[in-house]
Design a protein around this ligand. Structure first.
Ligand SMILES: N[C@@H](CCC(=O)N[C@@H](CS)C(=O)NCC(=O)O)C(=O)O
Ligand SMILES: *[C@@H]1O[C@H](CO)[C@@H](O)[C@H](O)[C@H]1NC(C)=O
Length: 297
């Protein structure tokens, strides 16, 4: 396994920055099939794209070196171990095989770095690339995908229509799954909780259809590889798995959502996901405690 760091939530975690050798990032093509995460080398950042026939955006045949010095690859992520928004960014970084420094934030006592980096929303995640902050998880995912186009699998597809579809479902997940799930979990009244539950269940049924259509029989929303929708939904995997313990209902079942159920198992079992997805029991315990305290989670 290529992660030379311990994943200890609530502490500063440094996921190996192999500084001895500068990363070379090759732009121009997506290496759709190459999976770099499990490389035993410390220099997992050094990836040459496979000669894929995938046509990325903007289309170009020229492979061009866009980064040479180590300063070009200074990535730091501010997040929380449990937040679905920060998790999706960590998933993306891991699946692309990028090393980064991770800083756990205490949302009740935000760091100066967070307040300075995201003065508008003061929220996590924030990705800081060579000192420049990028905010909002979906914008961060697109940024990573564009800047490290030659590194690891592409998140967004090369085809503009397919990209629009992927962005559609990402927005759908935020609006129709993440937000209602929250309402189901911490709704102030029974009516609100009930509404949240109804919306959440409706969303997973729609996502079942989306998975069927996007994957065309392949393992992921992204097809053969984990893509944009996979990591966006991936941030919710532990919460989805903890739903029964937290809200008293099974979110996915083998009859109504067989594909999503299988997807969740498959995704959660992959090494780049396993190292960041929170332990369900710990998450459930933490979430129950915060709900009881009516505290910010
Ligand atoms: N739309 C944002 C949502 C980010 C978000 O809601 N982050 C939460 C943690 S999960 C946060 O930082 N909350 C702190 C606060 O609101 O003060 C994104 O996609 O990045
Ligand atoms: C808030 O965070 C700072 C460091 O960022 C720390 O020194 C301080 O003790 C924290 N305060 C509380 C109340 O946790």
């Amino acid at each position: 396994m290529a992660l030379h760091g311990l994943v200890l939530p609530n502490s500063l975690v440094v996921l190996t920055a192999a500084r001895s050798r500068p990363p070379v990032i090759i732009a121009g093509r997506c290496s759709s099939a190459r999976f770099v995460f499990s490389s035993p080398s410390a220099n997992t950042k050094l990836i040459v794209p496979s000669s894929s026939t995938n046509n990325p955006y903007p289309a170009t045949d020229r492979e061009e070196e866009v980064a040479g010095g180590e300063d070009e690859h200074e990535l730091k992520l501010l997040g929380t171990w449990r937040g679905p928004f920060a998790l999706r960014v960590r998933l993306a970084l891991n699946f692309k095989g990028l090393s980064y420094e991770y800083q756990e934030e205490d949302l009740a006592n935000k760091s100066d770095l967070l307040l300075e980096s995201n003065p508008v929303n003061k929220k996590v995640p924030v990705l800081i690339h060579n000192g420049v902050p990028i905010c909002e998880s979906l914008a961060i995912l697109e940024y990573i995908d564009e800047v490290y186009r030659g590194t690891g699998p592409c998140l967004l597809p090369g085809d503009p229509y397919q990209r629009a579809v992927a962005r559609f479902w990402a927005a759908y997940i935020d609006q129709n799954l993440v937000a209602p799930w929250w309402k189901m979990f911490v709704g102030k009244t029974d009516k609100e909780k009930h509404e949240g539950t109804k919306q959440t269940l409706a969303a997973v049924e729609k996502l079942e259809v989306a998975l069927r259509e996007c994957s065309s029989g392949k393992p992921f929303f992204g097809g053969d590889n984990v893509g944009y929708i996979d990591v966006v939904l991936g941030g919710m995997v532990a919460w989805m798995q903890g739903t029964e313990a937290l809200c008293g209902l099974e979110l996915l079942d083998a009859t109504k959502t067989p594909l999503l159920l299988a997807w969740m198992e498959r995704f959660g079992g992959m090494e780049p996901a396993k190292v960041v997805l929170p332990d369900i029991d710990r998450l459930v315990e933490f979430a129950k405690m915060k709900r009881a305290q009516k505290a910010l989670i």
